[in-house]
Design a binder for this molecule. Structure first.
Ligand SMILES: [Zn+2]
Length: 582
């Protein structure tokens, strides 16, 4: 079946009036603006030919040849018209074979398979032919080894095909699972409206969910919900902006920015050519004797200094091309946790960590770097995606602790942190953690189960804050300096205990010299990633589990673990593993 695409003829009128704001726009300008109102920003539906042309690099669009051209009317369905007649009329009106059209193209240079839905074709309903096109698109992406982009617009499953239509949800779910097994990126572009069986299958299964501004996305329609609950819903209900706040959508993007934004995301799924550069000299100090003795309470003050670089400072200085993802797909998007992908030395890594700030306003906006459960679940989501794409994970720790709030408890703070400990114990990719400032308790460890755990010289890592320790043990928070000394939280002590594998010296880096600190961080990360590069997924998992298994109660347990570690890990990991610590 060979299909050609012709956009439907636009309205005969030379002028178009926006129903949202009644602005009148000249027709040719309207088309140039991709049917977005220049006055109020309202996005009008795009037909599939125009949509595909708006995304593809010039000359790169090629429609997929499909094995099936006919729609089987298995039920002999008749509403006001027989089903075959409805199909014929929809084909004549849209110039399309069905509700979904698949094509290969490049977007900003990245090859991708695109399956795009047209709401004008029987409400974009998901029937057996639409399912066939979606499955073929996924299989083609697997065969080509490239990402898959689904552009959705649908009212849901197609009634005229009965339960056969329902089965397309399961079929597409399985196709997305094959993309996961092949380690290939899936992206959904949600356009208005996306509902029912499409929302409840492939549309929301993609690794990254980008939505067009103002689109609506949901399972049940507004009218059905209002009738059921006998309440009026707020106007923003089920808009993608509303869903982004609740953690279900990564990004909401205006139509004119879509091509650039999709290009940026899709590049994460396409491997880079270059090899990660290994620095000639490692900046890491692995012998605690080489570090100066410091006053522990002074170390705590230094670690908390608001002038220290934050994660986003490091992302800008030591990394390139940060693509931040948003939302935990359960309850929200935590501003205290940044998670996404960035380039380090020419290769992608997942970059995850707490974000504080330099000013009171920045700190308040980021909840003082104290994540809620949505932050840990977002981190987990990005770590799973990194594992799927076989991309190493870098986590930067800087938190007073996980947020101790009532809502955080109701949303399962303990569960979210615990889940990350188990997840990180099993991920098949290299993980390197750097404590850059405050390493506060379980809130830090929730992203710090790594193959290599490093710390900046003036950072700290502790089971509890010195103030918390002093008030619990001595009922007197002013004895925090004494607690700081007792807790062994300085980088020197942590290296001696084997809790960290290396210290990034910063004696020579003055406060405010962010670029120098970033250079040290980059060199330390590249050194550690190079050490792990030759390990197989199984070796990485074993190395990580053994690294944490060595913190046993006595010499016997610790030494047994140490002997196994000796075979797989470089000497630095073994430094103080022989029971000396406790
Ligand atoms: Zn308008």
């Amino acid at each position: 079946m060979t299909q050609t695409l012709t956009p439907p003829a636009t309205a005969a009128s030379e002028w178009v009036m926006c129903v949202g704001c009644r602005a009148v726009v000249y027709g040719k300008r309207w088309e140039r603006l991709l049917r977005v109102c220049p006055e109020c920003g309202r996005h009008y539906p795009l037909d599939v030919p125009t949509r595909l042309a708006s995304l593809a690099d010039p000359g790169s669009l090629q429609l997929l040849e499909l094995p099936l051209g006919t729609v089987s009317d298995v039920l002999g369905f008749v509403d006001t018209k027989p089903y075959p007649q409805r199909i014929a009329e929809a084909r004549a009106a849209t110039g399309l074979d069905g509700a979904v059209t698949a094509a290969t193209m490049t977007i900003d240079g990245t090859p991708v398979v695109v399956a795009a839905m047209d709401f004008a074709f029987l409400g974009g309903s998901l029937g057996s032919l639409a399912g066939e096109v979606l499955v073929t698109a996924a299989d083609t992406a697997v065969a080509m080894g490239c990402p898959l982009l689904a552009v959705t617009a649908s009212g849901g499953a197609r009634m005229q095909e009965g339960a056969i239509s329902l089965m397309q949800m399961a079929r597409t779910g399985a196709a997305w699972a094959r993309m996961d097994e092949a380690g290939l990126l899936t992206v959904s572009l949600i356009t208005d409206p996306t509902y029912g069986g499409v929302a409840a299958s492939f549309a929301t299964l993609s690794d990254v969910i980008i939505a067009e501004a103002g689109a609506r996305l949901g399972f049940a329609g507004r009218r059905v919900i209002e009738q059921t609950i006998r309440q009026k819903l707020p106007p923003e209900f089920q808009t993608v902006e509303y869903l982004r706040e609740r953690g279900f959508v990564d990004l909401v993007v205006a139509r004119e920015q879509l091509r650039a934004e999709l290009g940026r995301i899709l590049r994460v799924g396409a491997s880079r050519r270059g090899r990660r550069h290994r620095p000639e000299t490692s900046p890491l100090v692995r012998d605690p004797g080489l570090l100066p003795e410091t006053e522990p309470w002074q170390q705590v003050q230094r670690a908390r200094d608001l002038r220290r670089p934050t994660l986003l400072d490091y992302a800008a200085l030591a990394f390139d091309d940060l693509r931040e993802l948003h939302g935990d797909r359960v309850s929200g998007d935590c501003p205290a946790m940044v998670a996404g992908f960035a380039c380090l030395g020419g290769e992608w890594v997942a970059l995850i960590g707490q974000q504080k700030g330099h000013t009171p306003a920045e700190l308040a906006e980021r909840n003082f770097g104290m994540p809620n459960p949505a932050g840990y679940r977002k981190a987990a989501r990005v770590m799973r995606l990194a594992a799927k794409l076989r991309v190493p994970i870098v986590t930067l720790v800087d938190t007073p602790g996980a947020y101790p709030g009532a809502l955080a408890e109701e949303q399962g703070q303990a569960w979210a942190i615990a889940e990350n400990l188990r997840l990180m114990a099993s991920l098949p990719v290299p993980i390197v953690t750097v404590v850059t400032g405050e390493g506060g308790s379980g809130g830090a460890l929730g992203i710090a189960v790594a193959n290599r755990v490093l710390i900046f010289e003036h950072a700290v890592y502790s089971v509890i804050s010195p103030e918390g320790c002093a008030s619990i043990l001595w009922n007197d928070a002013t004895r925090a300096p004494q607690a700081a000394a007792a807790l062994g939280l300085s980088s020197r002590d942590l290296l001696r205990l084997g809790v960290v594998d290396g210290v990034i010296p910063e004696s020579a880096v003055g406060v405010g010299e962010d670029a120098a600190a970033a250079d040290l961080l980059k060199a330390a990360l590249l050194t550690s990633l190079a050490e792990l590069a030759a390990m197989t997924p199984q070796e990485l998992v074993r190395d990580r589990r053994e690294r944490f298994a060595r913190f046993g109660t006595g010499g016997f347990v610790a030494e047994a673990a140490c002997m196994e570690v000796a075979s797989a890990a470089p000497a630095s990991v073994r430094v103080s593993a022989n029971g000396k610590g406790h």
